[in-house]
Design a binder for this molecule. Sequence first.
Ligand code: PXP
Length: 236
Amino acid sequence: MRLAVNIDHFATLRQARESDEPEPALAALLAEQAGAHGIVCHIRGDRRHIKERDLRVLRQVVKTKLNIEMAATDEMKRIALDVKPNVVSLVPEREEELTTEGGLNVTPLQSQLRPFIQELQGSDIHVSIFVDPDIKQLDTCLKLNVNLVELNTGKYAELKQGPDRERALSELQAAAAHGRKNDLEIHAGHGLDYRNIHPVAAIPEISEFSIGFAIVARAAIVGVKTAVQEMLALIS
Ligand code: PXP
């Protein structure tokens, strides 16, 4: 079970004052030193937090695995081919959203996604798609020759303990099992925190979690090292 730390909100804090502190790359290095297995960031069309400059610095300093989340646009493809992260995660993006609102609905986008994915894979970039825990979406990812997906845990994370949350958890379990059976590598993330991680960490088919906001919020109080180590202890 691995932990990839999303560092976007260190950049959000920096942009709150349009300053040059805190340095997201420094947070990435501290997270790695604390045991994180990868670093994730999302370059958005509006550049509200992570900028191209951050990607270049991160590419130079990240020693584990750099995963850049992006929308499948020509602009983002150019950036990916230039920066060459280890992984590109394709996500949906809406300008007004506070955070990613759901998985990418891959089924109607197949003809647009296919050449995008092929070009990245041809440059040795591992492509992941962020999808809702829905078997049809996973099957479409397989048709697109993608062997890594990140299951959206957002719906599960938004619910309070009770039958609805149990149902959301069952959807994640079923999707993870279906994906593994078909040789997909299964990651998961969105909205996970120190209180809701336990039941999803118990899903054996999930090999990596991508967690951002909760770790950054905790790091503001206890420091990056402790915040990452506390999460690592919960998922292992
Ligand atoms: N996975 C994806 C695809 C995301 O877009 C995000 C948010 O950027 C995360 C995981 C992390 O979500 P959170 O910040 O709620 O932990």
